[in-house]
Design a protein around this ligand. Structure first.
Ligand code: COA
Ligand code: AMP
Length: 631
């Protein structure tokens, strides 16, 4: 079958409003949009400005009403706790209504924020949907962050209520959330009035009387209560999701309601090629955008079955876990990060474990979060015998910018390329003067405004930061901060970030944020943190430190303290394990640290001494230090 992509993309270009008006029919509106786009509203315009709807009603009620009540909405599969549970649409709706009643009982209403600090358990999905039901704006914080990161999110979002679980379960340890939460509440200037705590048997949390409330008790009281979905404007925020910016202060990406539902529904059918009733599995975490969109909202809006997997690709218990889950739940489309496949490949290079499972329902494997390196793609093609579809997007966009739209008929795959822009996105490669570069040449990747439905309308309470961060450098465009190329066929290649963000095991981290922490160590005079190549995680952060004059303690001691400091302030997810004391940092004559050259040395790529260097010997010293560590 030839792909209908070119025709569909052309249709969008010809008349974007007609295209999105048609796509909007997949959603149950309370008041259907009579206007599709208002270019005057918001920072760069707003989608569906006069429509109203409710995201939870679209995810649950309408499917129950249409006869899907007995269909499984969520398969919860947790090898780390030895638990499995199937939850039907009707059961999930009942749980969400009771939880919505509990949340409303704390005085939370439409527009109020609720921070959700929970691991990959069904209660977390219920929490998100219950907020959506009553119009409260949720903000989920990933469990691998430290108390300080949680505090900065609480301070910015100013939630009325926190929904938390007592712990997360990592293969090598139980992560007690409550002490982190208590510490975050101490650190934050904003103090939420109440905290609803879901006690897990793996670690019981100590409760603070008056502030902390027991989830199970509250739910028992609310069982059977009905709570009607609140009519929200399509332009109302559904959630805030914080992501790394170029400083230690995270950006609160706002997601609106109507546009997001429309874009997700379009993507399920046309991009992921999943039909209502089929199982869709995204092995990510609800703390990331991938989890928000493709574990929770998109599969449920589409009437599919979502798999919620609390485990790892390897070690829980082995590298056959992915294939086991795909077989067990008859997963049609599976989405993960390349890093996870690299981890599987390392343990089971021949894919022997896959032979134990019946993968007949499985059609396509999707990858995102970082570049899908051709070697990993070739391996995955060989062992799965399925198309491996790389697709590219960001927290900000909420759904893929570029992909191979399998539902429209798969396009030829060019390994190393996430294929072509989706309808809604005009993607250009430009130089610093915002002029298009020739086909195949590298430049900054920008998206012509307006961004399509589903993308961020702004940053939470920070329109100006939104403009400065994304819209001012390339007038008329959104700056993705990724660099790359577009070939003569329109295929994109994403080559890396143009800012200080690195991707570690598919997790987005700011080296600037890490430098702020490292520099706060009392013995550190200056530092540079870079992402250096890692065979499994893609990149790993590495810090180079210059100590203050007169510091005479053993270097190893300081290096260990710095590593512990980053873990304590940012969290284990930063995976900051290497700090190296050097006598000085190589700089240009104007004082810029030569990060690019240090990275090349560490990555064992060819490098030359830049002509602008202040003191070439400094570079040789750093090269010797890197070799000394065997990096
Ligand atoms: N809560 C608490 N801690 C967490 C956590 C969570 N939800 N997720 C990760 N961590 C911890 C890990 O336990 C680890 O701690 P450690 O330093 O004590 O070992 C640390 O954060 C780093 O985690 P990670 O980078 O994930 O490495 P890992 O060694 O645990 O696993 C992979 C490596 C490749 C198997 C794993 O990263 C993976 O499956 N990644 C998938 C990526 C992904 O889903 N990305 C989302 C975007 S699509
Ligand atoms: P996040 O906001 O966490 O989703 O991270 C977004 C960033 O991850 C992008 O700006 C890219 O740098 C990177 N990224 C995501 N998907 C891909 C992909 N398919 N190929 C290359 N880079 C990717």
């Amino acid at each position: 079958m030839t792909s209908r992509y070119a025709a569909v993309y052309a249709q969008w270009r010809e008349n974007p409003e007609a295209f999105w008006a048609e796509a909007a029919k997949a959603i149950d509106w309370i008041k259907a949009p009579s206007r599709i786009f208002d270019p005057e509203a918001g920072v760069y315009g707003r989608w569906f400005p006069d429509a109203t709807c409710n995201a939870c009603a679209n995810a649950l009620d309408r499917h129950v009403a249409a006869g899907r009540g007995a269909q499984v909405a969520i398969y919860y599969d947790s090898p780390v706790t030895g638990t499995k549970r199937s939850i039907t649409y009707a059961e999930l709706l009942a749980e969400v209504e009771a939880l919505a009643a509990v949340i409303a009982g704390f005085g939370v209403g439409a527009g109020d924020r609720v921070v959700i600090y929970m691991p990959m358990i069904p209660q977390a999905i219920a929490a998100m949907l219950a907020c959506a039901r009553i119009g409260a704006v949720h903000s989920v914080v990933f469990g691998g962050f430290a108390a300080k990161e949680l505090a900065s999110r609480i301070e910015d979002a100013e939630p009325k209520l926190i929904l938390a679980a007592s712990c997360g379960v990592e293969p090598n340890r139980i992560v007690a959330y409550k002490p982190l939460l208590d510490r975050a509440m101490e650190l934050s200037r904003h103090k939420p009035e109440a905290c609803l705590m879901f006690q897990r048997p793996q670690a019981e949390a100590a409760m603070i009387p008056g502030r902390d409330h027991d989830w199970a008790q509250a739910m028992a009281k609310a069982a059977g209560q009905r709570v009607a979905p609140v009519e929200m404007k399509a332009t109302d925020p559904l959630y805030i999701l914080y992501t790394s910016g170029t400083t230690g202060v995270p950006k609160g990406v706002v997601r609106d309601t109507g546009g997001y539902l429309v874009a997700l529904a379009w993507s399920m059918a046309n991009l992921y090629d999943v039909k209502p009733g089929e199982a869709f599995w995204t092995a990510s975490d609800i703390g990331w955008v991938v989890g928000h969109s493709y574990i929770v909202y998109a599969p449920l809006i589409h009437g599919a079955t979502s798999v919620l997997y609390e485990g790892k690709p390897v070690g829980t218990p082995d590298a056959g876990a992915f294939w086991r889950v795909i077989a067990e739940y008859k997963v049609a489309a599976f989405f993960t990060a390349p890093t996870a496949l690299r981890a599987v490949r390392k343990e089971d290079p021949e894919g022997k474990l896959l032979q134990n499972y019946d993968l007949s329902a499985f059609r396509t494997l999707f990858l995102a979060g970082e570049r899908a390196d051709p070697e990993t793609v070739i391996w995955a093609e060989r062992v799965t015998q399925r198309p491996i579809v790389d697709h590219w997007w960001q927290t900000e966009t909420g759904w893929p910018i570029a992909a191979n739209p399998v539902g429209l008929g798969i396009m030829p795959i060019k390994r190393g390329s996430p294929t072509v822009p989706m309808p809604g996105y005009q993607v250009d490669i430009v130089d610093d003067a915002c002029q298009p570069v020739p086909a195949g040449a590298m430049g900054s990747i920008v998206i012509k405004l307006p961004l399509p439905p589903g993308c961020l309308p702004t940053l939470f309470r920070q329109d100006e930061r939104m403009r400065e961060s994304y819209l001012s450098e390339f007038p008329g465009y959104y700056k993705t901060s990724d660099a790359g190329t577009k070939d003569a066929d329109g295929y994109l290649t994403i080559l890396g970030r143009t800012d200080d963000i690195i991707n570690v095991a598919g997790h987005r981290l700011s080296t600037g944020g890490m430098e702020e922490v490292v520099a706060s160590h009392p013995d550190v005079a200056e530092c540079a943190v870079l992402g250096i190549k890692d065979a499994i995680k893609g990149e790993q952060p590495c810090g180079f430190l210059v100590l203050k004059a007169g510091v005479s303690r053993p270097f190893e001691e300081i290096e260990q303290e710095v590593v512990a400091l980053v873990r304590d302030r940012i969290g284990p997810v930063a995976a900051f394990k290497t700090a190296i004391v050097v006598a000085r940092l190589p700089k240009t004559r104007s004082g810029k640290i030569l990060r690019g050259t240090i990275k090349k040395i560490a990555d064992e790529e060819p490098w030359t001494t830049p002509a602008t260097i202040e003191d070439p010997a400094a570079l040789d010293e750093v090269a010797a230090a890197i070799r000394g560590r065997g990096l």
